[in-house]
Design a protein around this ligand. Structure first.
Ligand code: NAP
Length: 528
């Protein structure tokens, strides 16, 4: 498949205007052909209009039809084969194995939503039957279910060129819900976005769905994103990226004449708590596990463990020393973009003025995207006084925080901002002794991990990849797992509607055989 660098607008391609940019190979510093052409204001308008028009038809498609569409997208992505892997590795410097894994994850995710749609009960159908004899007032027939929101804008993420980008979790869940989707391609991997975008465009055609169900727009600079978020026909947004960018766009979404839901995944430091029993029993194992988790993918994971709490004793000193040695000897990392590498270096330099540096090795010989790992240490009291120490540094670094009392530890936990994850390493006795810590962490994080590491998010129905602000803009939501679909729906209630005018999910005979709540009880029975 030849890349042309134009936006995908429904079934057509965008025109070539003045504003252009290139993809970039972070490992060599070379620009990558072809040139990418930013969408014009007219093209942005056209794609939103198409998406809104298509929504009128797409929202009424059956779950099984949308399931077939999602499976077709997955099959088309798999059929892209080697050229997708080659382009994605060139644009990101991520190894081929990681890209292959991400392709698998992306396709599994699409198929997971397809299975959800085929089963059908996700719509949360509820029926409360009428009682005309009720006194003093008769009871009406009330039925409700989830319906799609409308046109959804998705911002591709820099750090997951596939699984959180063009056909990633936000796109899959919005399309599954019955929404039409406009993706703003991340400028760090335009070619990967184009290949996947064309695979989706082809699936729309193959499945005889209306033009406008999907479009992919290019633009390097804030203007495209701002225009999309503010467009009156856009009804929701999915975003993964920086806290700064997420907050700026969230404010725009809220300041619209019609404010819309803005689901941003932004900033998380994913604290790890090493409790005394675990430290005594398996210190070396914890050091190796933590080192692998912190440096995985050059630390460019939203679940990277950025804070590690440990009791201040001889074990902690040995732990810090050995982890420091491992961090110092880590090979230099090539980060996704020059911008991300620069912010990482600046943040590491700034951290050194607030915490003790245990390991930093700035010697690199590669491109300006190359960085090295860093390890810092501080005390719980200092952590409580310096808000900067709780901020995310996106890259291969972590901060050890030593506490000298249980109260110090609990106070530090209470002071944490909202997180995607919190991890506890402990024995059963530790768990019993620190039940109050776990109670605090439940209020802070979307996912609690026991005796593991937070990097690596399993794609499965029960997964929660969300958390209180600033981990996400809405802590009631998740962007991974089947519940991600709920972000792009709203409840609609039908009162005293004739059976034939109801959606199939709410009809008396239950033609889809789904689970429904009838008069307060769950059943798959029809209504006589
Ligand atoms: P980013 O700078 O927030 O950009 C993400 C997307 O949002 C891009 O498409 C960008 O488009 C757009 N955007 C950003 N600010 C905007 C604004 N004010 N108005 C309109 N559009 C805007 O994030 P990034 O490039 O992926 O990575 C940079 C930093 O994000 C990292 O250093 C890291 O701190 C953080 N990050 C966090 C996570 C996480 O899950 N916690 C994941 C990835 C990145 P343009 O560039 O075209 O304007």
């Amino acid at each position: 498949m030849t890349l042309t660098g134009e936006s995908i607008i429904g079934f057509k391609r965008g025109a070539r205007h003045d504003e252009t940019f290139y993809g970039f190979n972070p490992a060599t510093g070379e620009p990558l052909e072809p040139v990418y052409w930013a969408a014009s204001a007219d093209e942005i308008e056209k794609s939103v209009q198409l998406a809104a028009k298509a929504f009128a038809e797409y929202r009424c498609t059956s779950g099984t039809r949308r399931a077939a569409f999602l499976r077709q997208i997955a099959a088309n992505i798999e059929a892209l084969g080697e050229p997708l892997i080659t382009r994605a590795t060139a644009e990101t410097a991520l190894p081929a194995g990681r890209i292959q894994m991400e392709i698998g994850r992306t396709c599994n995710q699409l198929r997971m939503f397809a299975a959800l749609l085929d089963e059908g009960s996700w719509v949360d159908a509820r029926i409360d039957r009428a009682n005309p004899q009720r006194t003093p007032a008769p009871k009406p027939d009330v039925r409700s279910m989830l319906r799609p929101l409308g046109v959804v804008v998705v911002f591709g993420a820099s750090n997951f060129p596939l699984a959180f980008s063009t056909a990633g979790g936000d796109t899959a869940s919005a399309l599954a819900a019955g929404c039409t989707v406009l993706v703003k391609a991340h400028p760090a991997h335009p070619g990967t976005a184009e290949l996947v975008g064309l695979a989706i465009q082809d699936a729309v055609k193959t499945c005889n769905l209306p033009e406008g169900v999907f479009s992919l727009l290019y633009g390097a600079g804030n203007q495209l994103g701002e225009m999309l978020v503010q467009h009156p026909l856009v009804k929701a947004v999915g975003f993964t990226g920086s806290r700064q960018g997420g907050l700026a766009l969230m404010r725009l979404a809220q300041a619209r004449p019609e404010p819309i839901p803005f689901y941003a995944e932004m900033s998380s430091v994913n604290p790890v708590f090493i409790l005394p029993g675990a430290m005594r029993e398996r210190r070396d194992q914890l050091i190796n596990g933590l080192h692998t988790s912190v440096t995985l993918g050059a630390g460019q994971f939203c679940t990277n463990p950025g804070l590690v709490f440990l009791e201040d004793d001889a074990n902690a000193s040995a732990f810090a020393e050995k982890l420091g040695e491992l961090m110092k000897t880590s090979m230099p990392f090539t980060m996704l973009t020059e911008g991300i590498a620069t912010v990482y270096q600046q943040s590491v330099t700034a951290r050194a003025s607030h915490a003790t540096t245990l390991a930093v090795n700035r010697e690199t010989t590669g491109t300006s995207c190359q960085t090295t790992a860093a390890l810092f240490q501080t005390e719980a009291q200092r952590f409580l006084q310096q808000a900067e120490l709780g901020e995310e540094i996106f890259g291969p670094t972590t901060l050890l925080i030593k506490h000298s009392s249980r109260d110090e530890l609990l106070n530090a936990a209470r002071a944490l901002e909202g997180q995607l994850t919190a991890t506890i390493h402990g024995t059963e006795q530790d768990l019993a002794e620190f039940s109050d810590l776990i109670a605090i962490l439940e209020t802070k994080a979307g996912r609690l991990v026991f005796n593991g590491f937070p990097t690596g998010v399993e794609v499965c129905p029960a997964m929660v990849h969300g958390g209180p602000f600033p981990a996400t803009s809405d802590g009631r939501s998740t962007s991974v797992g089947t519940r991600a679909i709920f972000r792009f729906t709203r409840e609609v209630c039908y009162q005293d509607f004739p059976d034939t005018a109801l959606p199939e999910e709410l009809r008396n005979e239950n033609p889809l055989g789904i689970w429904r709540m009838i008069d307060g009880g769950l059943t798959r029975d029809a209504i006589a």
